[in-house]
Design a protein around this ligand. Sequence first.
Ligand SMILES: *[C@@H]1O[C@H](CO)[C@@H](O)[C@H](O)[C@H]1NC(C)=O
Ligand SMILES: *[C@@H]1O[C@H](CO)[C@@H](O)[C@H](O)[C@H]1NC(C)=O
Length: 293
Amino acid sequence: MLQVGDEAVCFWAVFLLGVLVTRSASAASLLAAFLYVFVAMFRFPPVPPDQAARVLRPRAAAGRVPVLANRGGSHDAPENTLAAIREASRNGATGVELDLSFTADGVPVLMHDETLDRTTNGSGPVNKIAFVQLRRLDAGLRHRLRDKYVGERVPTLQEAVEECLRHQLTIVFDVKGQPDEVAPPAAALRQTYRKFPALYNCSMVASFEPKVVYKMRQTDPGMVTALKHRPWRLSRLSDGAPRTLSAWARMWTAVLDVLLDWAHHHLLWRLCGSVGPVCPEGLRLTVGGLTSV
Ligand SMILES: *[C@@H]1O[C@H](CO)[C@@H](O)[C@H](O)[C@H]1NC(C)=O
Ligand SMILES: *[C@@H]1O[C@H](CO)[C@@H](O)[C@H](O)[C@H]1NC(C)=O
């Protein structure tokens, strides 16, 4: 939970950094004041704590620990398919994490990668294929249990939502920073939330990109959102190996990583309307009033 002191420390840090860089107390004060006014003007209020609690602690009455199946439980069924959602529910998950993507004609579908190659028998970028063509592909062919999941298709966002609601699963929509031209993710999700208002109580939109989270709340302040964060994301891959960059670029991205880390913990979540904690797996939840997740 945000303490008043936290906020003061944040702006003191900016002030001190400003003094170090500019060697001028007035310039540093101006910088801190500017940042304060900027955050105060453009921040979103967090969603009500009880709404956040319904999303974060589903079925709390039953005393169950929330369990999320990543990509719908990709070990037991082809990832991001309706079969995966059903299997996750059967295996006792209370929720699923699903990856939102868009076809060339702007249909919201579930797909983790930017390309079709790893999970389907198609190839090339997802956003270059028309929906009718995508639908002809097999989404189960590359899974270790392919014989059990013959004919599994890439589902639309709506089909996935309906399946989750049927099984009373919480949903974490993972949204990447796709360009907005074809289909803005915020608009697609708002439409889906309007169609299925139960989602306000049982789902959240998560992204590594602060601008995606900000845009979501701008489009629909009623959504519960989460700002995901992985330390050293710009300079290292998810397995910790350094990205293949020149020595110079590696140094720069490391510096940017430190700044991004600081911004995530002190600034960005305030802007997006969070008073929540960072969860163990690194979700900075833009929700209210919770001390643990
Ligand atoms: C992928 O598999 C499906 C189902 O077996 C088949 O109908 C389709 O033609 C295949 N597509 C390609 C590009 O191989
Ligand atoms: C969310 O849950 C609360 C409490 O059960 C209920 O009052 C509210 O109507 C629900 N909202 C939606 C959109 O279903």
